[in-house]
Design a protein around this ligand. Structure first.
Ligand SMILES: Cc1cc2nc3c(=O)[nH]c(=O)nc-3n(C[C@H](O)[C@H](O)[C@H](O)COP(=O)(O)O)c2cc1C
Length: 469
């Protein structure tokens, strides 16, 4: 009998596992009609009328804390079609559903929905070694509707079909400064009370090929607010109070899409305005690179850079730039390059040239050649790898004949060879690798130029194996 029960139990488990796995595998579309009912104190939930354990094998039941229902969510989220991860070190649960992600940390009332900080009514707690998470916050963030029935003490979770699809929202949702370039991985976030920093921000955004987003205070600063000669002006009052956090009118919707944040502000009383602290505390900027910049009447940026580092210990905060409204794009570029930033345009160019490098190798020697962008070079690259035999010609170049003729790019033809020039001599159809200067010829089509190993060319002879680098 005991044996039979065990077999039944195993079959039951396999069935449950298959059911759950196939639900998850089928994805979110299949979850549209899911209705889950949880009852306080009851370790069993119903999923579309069928019962299932909330915390399989552990008997954990939903509890109420501070008027909020907490449950161990793994089974529930997986039933919805999402995933649950756990970071032991930070005691953080990472829940995903479709494109969305929620991070909740034990005993901390700030959660992150797609990197945006949200304040919870009740922090996740550990009960009997299980992490209990606020189900309303999670369900609503993932666009499921939640209904509480006080009499029955039940929570009913259903797919909320009325919520709009947020996936098509622009990356930056600030009417004043929204740009078309939503692909960019850098954003220039700035606060400017009188326009100086805003002008610098625009220059930086252009130089970095980045999006632009202005921090607009919920309550705009009037001239009187900014009159720092008056001890009691709003700006001075805020700066005297380290805990002051002036509200920002809008939030950046997809901050997770940005790796790099250029952060600009005017210097107020030697540091950044408190509204910058509001910004830094609104988002989880862990892992992001921050490049601070400022304008000021003369004060430097270093105190504010230290303050940003303290506020964002897990971000990579770079050297700051103190500029003016007249700082040029070149000056801005120099600063960002020194701090490891290359704009997308530069990245693309370098990727292309990386792909267009070839290597000639023989014995222990290696010559790297950066190829030209012309049809003859394209044709040559398309024939690689190949083996060629070089011989000396005229004590100026090494030449090698090809099995198949290369296309002659008439537009690119014409070249004055110098040491390191790699070209096609069209009339004979041979490759020419120069180690001496030689006269201009219309019949030479430039293929590339040697980047490294030019010193070996003069002594190059015999069988050479050429391949794409
Ligand atoms: C309240 C307040 C405090 C300021 N404190 C300083 C300061 O400590 N050092 C400084 O060099 N400039 C200070 N300034 C001047 C601004 O930093 C400077 O005018 C800046 O360029 C203004 O930028 P914005 O036009 O983007 O607001 C202060 C300005 C204000 C309004």
């Amino acid at each position: 009998m005991k044996k039979m029960l065990s077999v039944l139990l195993v079959l039951c488990c396999i069935f449950t596992m298959c059911f759950t796995t196939s639900c998850a595998a089928q994805g979110i579309e299949e979850e549209n009609n899911t209705v889950i009912v949880l009852t306080i104190g009851n370790p069993v939930m119903t999923v579309n009328g069928s019962t299932a354990e909330i915390d399989p094998g552990r008997g954990t039941a939903p509890v109420i804390e501070n008027d909020r229902t907490l449950i161990p969510v793994r089974s529930l989220i997986e039933t919805m079609g999402g995933t649950v991860g756990w970071n032991e070190e930070t005691q953080t649960a990472i829940l995903t559903y479709g494109e969305d992600e929620i991070r909740l940390t034990l005993n901390i009332a700030t959660a992150y929905f797609n990197d945006q900080a949200q304040t919870l009514d009740v922090a996740p707690v550990s009960i009997n070694d299980r992490t209990m998470l606020p189900i309303r916050f999670i369900s609503e963030s993932f666009e499921f509707a939640v209904e509480w029935n006080g009499d029955a003490q039940t929570v009913t979770i259903t797919k909320n079909a009325e919520k709009e699809d947020t996936t098509s929202q622009p990356a930056v949702d600030n009417p004043a400064d929204t740009q078309e370039n939503t692909q960019s991985q850098a954003i220039v976030v700035h606060f400017s009370a009188t326009g100086n920093t805003k002008a610098l921000a625009q220059t930086i955004a252009q130089a970095a090929d980045a999006d632009l987003w202005e921090i607009i205070p919920q309550e705009p600063y009037t001239t009187e607010d900014l009159n720092y000669n008056n001890d009691d002006c709003r700006a001075n009052i805020e700066m005297k109070d380290e805990t002051s956090r002036p509200a920002i009118s809008e939030t950046i919707e997809n901050i997770e899409t940005y790796d790099t944040i250029f952060l600009g502000y005017p210097i107020w009383w030697g540091t950044m305005p408190r509204i910058i602290n509001t910004f830094l505390e609104t988002y989880d900027l862990s892992g992001k690179t921050i490049l601070p910049f400022c304008t000021s009447g003369g004060s430097g940026i270093s105190a504010s850079v230290s303050a940003i580092k303290s506020a964002c210990p897990n971000a990579d905060v770079k050297e700051g730039l103190r500029g003016t409204s007249s700082t040029t794009a070149e000056q801005a570029k120099e600063w960002m390059t020194e701090n490891g930033y290359e704009n997308n345009e530069t990245n693309e160019t370098s990727q292309i040239s990386e792909e267009r490098k070839i290597r000639l190798s023989w014995e222990d020697k290696e010559v790297i050649i950066a190829m030209e962008n012309n049809k003859t070079a394209d044709d040559f690259i398309s024939k690689l790898p190949m083996t060629v035999v070089f011989e000396d010609y005229n004590n100026t170049e090494k030449i090698a004949y090809l099995d198949n003729e290369l296309v002659k790019d008439e537009e690119a033809a014409g070249c004055q060879p110098e040491p390191g020039t790699f070209a096609l001599y069209a009339p004979w159809g041979n490759l020419a690798l120069f180690y001496q200067n030689w006269s201009y010829s219309d019949d030479l089509v430039p293929l590339g130029s040697i980047e490294s190993g030019a010193e070996y060319v003069e002594f190059l002879e015999g069988t050479i194996y050429a391949e794409i680098y």
